[in-house]
Design a protein around this ligand. Structure first.
Ligand code: 8YV
Length: 309
C-alpha cells in the first residue's frame, strides 16, 4: 500500500530508539509514526525535507504540532476508527475491576477455588451505578452509550456542556469535575493529554472520590498523578483502578503492580485486528494524500500549513 514510496524502517517488531529514529529520518519526506516516537524539533532538524508526519493513533501529544505547522509539515491522525475498540476496553476494565475478573482468574488457576460459598469473592454491582466520564469527545460518548446498556447514570465533564436536548438524547448530565468525582461509582478518563490535563487527577481529586469508587484510565497516563494514585489505593481512599496507560510508559510506579485491586493492561485500547487494520489504512492514506500535495482526510494543521506549501 505504500506504492510509489521508498520505505525505510528498522524492520523489527519493536519501537525504534531515539538514535535509530534520528538516524533514519534524514532525507525522509514522510513519516509514519506511533506513540513511541517523540516527534519534535530535533527530529524536524534532522529531516529538512519532511512534509508529512502521519500518526498511527488518535492522540498526538508526542508530536510538536505547533512546530510542525511553523515548518510547513502536515500532521495527521486516525480518529473515529478506534473509538469503539477503546470504549469497549474502558468497559472491560470497569467490569474487570468491579467483578474482580483478573483476580478471580489468578485464584482459580492457582488452585484456590476449593468450594463455593455465599460470601466468596464478592465484587461490586455495575448495573444501576453512576459512571463519571471525564472528557466527552468521541470515545467518552461511546462509553456513555455502553453505560446506558448497563442502566447506569452517566455524568460527564467537558470544556463546554452539551445542549440540553443532546444531553437528553444521550441520557447524560453535565457535572463540574469535583461534583462528578464525589458522586461517581466509576470515573473513566477520556481527555487528551495537554498541559491543562497533565495531573488532572492528583491526590486532591482522588480524595474527593468515594472510598467505594474505581478509577479507569484508557486515555493517557500522565493525566493521573500515578504516585498519588498508588498512595490512595494503598490507603483505601478508593476501592480500585483499571489502567491501560501509565505516567512513564512502559515503566510502572513502584508499588502499583503489588496491589490486588488494580487491573493493569499494556496500552491496548485500540488493539483489535479490525481496528488496527483500519488505523493502518487511514494513516497510510493520510500520508500518501499529504505527499501528493492534497488535503489528507484527517489532518490536524491543514489550514496553517496549506499556504506554506
Ligand atoms: C494507539 C492510542 O495504540 O490512538 C491513540 O491515541 O493511544 C492508541 O490507539 C497508539 O497511539 C499507537 O500509536
Amino acid at each position: 500500500i505504500l506504492a510509489g514510496c521508498d520505505v525505510d524502517g528498522h524492520g523489527e517488531v519493536r519501537p525504534m530508539n531515539r538514535e535509530e529514529l534520528l538516524a533514519r529520518v534524514e532525507g525522509a519526506e514522510g513519516l509514519l509514526c506511533t506513540i513511541t516516537d517523540r516527534i519534535d524539533r530535533e527530529v524536524f532538524d534532522k529531516a529538512p525535507g519532511l512534509r508529512v508526519a502521519a500518526n498511527y493513533g488518535v492522540g498526538f501529544d508526542h508530536i510538536d504540532v505547533a512546530e510542525a505547522g511553523r515548518r510547513g509539515i502536515l500532521v495527521t491522525n486516525t480518529p473515529d476508527v478506534l473509538t469503539d475498540a477503546t470504549a469497549d476496553l474502558a468497559f472491560a476494565l470497569i467490569l474487570a475491576v468491579a467483578r474482580r475478573v483478573v483476580e478471580g482468574d489468578r485464584r482459580t488457576r492457582s488452585g484456590q477455588f476449593r468450594f463455593w460459598a455465599p460470601l466468596h469473592f464478592l465484587g461490586t454491582e455495575v448495573s444501576g451505578k453512576t459512571l463519571g466520564i471525564v472528557g466527552f469527545g468521541r470515545i467518552g460518548k461511546a462509553v456513555a452509550r455502553r453505560a446506558r446498556g448497563f442502566d447506569m447514570q452517566v455524568l460527564y465533564t467537558a470544556r463546554k456542556p452539551l445542549e440540553k436536548r443532546e444531553e437528553e438524547r444521550l441520557g447524560v448530565r453535565f457535572a463540574p469535575l469535583e461534583e462528578l468525582l464525589a458522586q461517581s461509582d466509576f470515573v473513566s478518563l477520556h481527555v487528551p493529554l495537554t498541559p491543562q490535563t497533565r495531573h488532572l487527577i492528583g491526590a486532591r481529586e482522588l480524595s474527593l472520590m468515594k472510598p467505594s469508587a474505581f478509577l479507569i484510565n484508557t486515555a493517557r497516563g500522565p493525566v493521573v498523578d500515578e504516585k498519588a494514585l498508588v498512595e490512595t489505593l494503598r490507603g483505601g481512599g478508593i476501592r480500585g483502578a483499571g489502567l491501560d496507560v501509565y505516567e512513564n510508559e512502559p515503566e510502572l510506579t513502584p508499588g502499583l503492580a503489588d496491589l490486588q485491586n488494580v487491573v493493569l493492561l499494556p496500552h491496548v485500547g485500540s488493539a483489535t485486528v479490525e481496528t488496527r487494520t483500519r488505523m493502518a489504512e487511514m494513516a497510510v492514506e493520510n500520508l500518501l494524500e499529504g505527499l501528493a500535495g492534497r488535503r489528507p482526510p484527517h489532518c490536524l494543521n491543514w489550514e496553517e500549513v496549506k499556504g506554506k506549501r
